[in-house]
Design a protein around this ligand. Structure first.
Ligand SMILES: [Zn+2]
Length: 393
């Protein structure tokens, strides 16, 4: 039901939009850039290594490989990068294993606006120098339960490394239902095979997998399973049927990631992207886009209310996005995260209510999203539009 008052607001909103369009003319169309020809990738699993990464590595990675976003799970001061690139870098609070856990530090990170916790090594093959020992903790150790509680409190996902082990997988099965409002990302899909993963994903709605490290590049050598079982495709590059079917069935819960950090991988960033683009190109485009970036956006991106064109700010471009997509529904977007073009109020529909969301949040950006909501900007907009109209006469 639409009340008379709502109709009036709608009418004002439409009028404002039209006037703005007339006033701003072509200048406001700049957001409508041509889409990139190759599939965009949002890197949901990356590490910074301050000791081995060169100065300016991130800028150079952006310039050369242009990931849509990158989730930095330590090490080093990832907060600085997030501050510099708030719409592209997603800092995650990192600690190596249960012995290194300091809950106060994790909480301080989350207070600073970190977007998740991980990668937590719960069961991890020996990695690093030859003296390195494997990590063999339980998924449900009390210390980890405290971490999951923090994740719940702050509404952030947890990325965990847990080399699949038949004797221990029940710890995951028993724990996740107790944290149904926390999303758990199983790094590298546990180095498990699709037929093992399918029943787990089927049973646990809050379980995600990232497919980082599941490639045959040499910098990913040295795991517990053979290269042939590690990779998602056959040697000729054809995706294995088990993976294809898993991706199709659980398309909303699979994430791309590079797992840069260990030696040699940063230099292979382009090869990593190329490998996964090759895999994703063998899937339906809708499934491929979800794995490539949409699922990561839904998990890590804070959507700005009123941001109808997904550029992390609320401007005249959002009014245009609403207009151009008016009447659209995004039922294929199960989380209704507002990433459908024109969907400024995150309800999966493009209606007059989105125009109001744009108006009421006009001028907001990702940086100011946690601040108090500003006064409705309708009056300001009308004055602007009126001036623009006068100027054109
Ligand atoms: Zn990792």
């Amino acid at each position: 039901m639409i009340a008379i008052g709502d109709l009036k607001i709608l009418a004002v909103a439409f009028l404002t939009t039209s006037l703005l369009l007339i006033a701003w003319g072509d200048a406001a169309i700049a957001w409508d850039a041509a889409p990139s020809t190759s599939l965009q990738l949002f890197d949901a699993h990356a590490h910074q290594m301050p000791t081995s990464f060169p100065e300016g590595w991130l800028e150079s990675l952006f310039a050369t490989h242009d990931p849509m976003g990158i989730v930095l799970m330590g090490i080093g001061n990832v907060a600085v990068h997030q501050e510099e690139y708030p719409s592209k870098v997603f800092a995650v609070s990192n600690f190596k294993n249960v012995d290194d856990l300091d809950l106060d530090t994790v909480e301080a990170h989350l207070d600073m606006g970190f977007h998740g916790i991980g990668e937590i090594s719960i069961r991890h093959f020996a990695s690093g120098p030859p003296s390195a020992l494997p990590v063999e903790s339980d998924f449900d150790e009390p210390e980890f339960l405290s971490v999951y509680n923090l994740a719940r409190q702050y509404g952030v996902p947890v990325n965990f490394h847990f080399d699949y082990h038949a004797d221990h997988v029940n710890e995951i099965l028993d724990t996740l239902p107790n944290y149904s409002d926390v999303n758990f990302i199983w790094a590298h899909a546990g180095d498990a095979q699709p037929e093992t993963l399918a029943p787990l994903l089927s049973e646990l709605d809050n379980l995600y997998i990232d497919i980082s490290s599941r490639n045959p590049l040499e910098s990913f050598d040295g795991r517990l399973l053979s290269k042939q079982l590690q990779r998602l495709d056959k040697e000729d590059g054809t995706i294995k049927l088990g993976w294809k079917s898993l991706f199709d069935t659980f398309s909303d819960r699979v994430l791309y990631g590079s797992d840069i950090g260990p030696l040699g991988r940063l230099e292979q960033y382009g090869d990593i992207q190329e490998y996964y683009r090759g895999i994703l190109s063998q899937l339906d485009s809708e499934v491929a886009e979800k794995i490539a970036y949409k699922n990561a956006q839904a998990l890590f991106l804070i959507t700005v209310l009123g941001d109808a064109n997904n550029d992390n700010q609320v401007t005249g471009g959002d009014l245009i996005a609403v207009q151009q997509n008016f009447g659209e529904t995004y039922s294929s977007d199960p989380s209704c995260d507002g990433l459908g073009l024109g969907d400024g109020n995150d309800d999966c529909l493009v209606t007059g209510a989105d125009l109001i969301a744009v108006q009421q949040n006009f001028g907001d950006t990702l940086e100011s999203v946690s601040a108090e909501a500003p006064e409705p900007a309708s009056v300001c907009l009308l004055i602007l539009a009126g001036l623009g109209l006068l100027a054109r006469r």
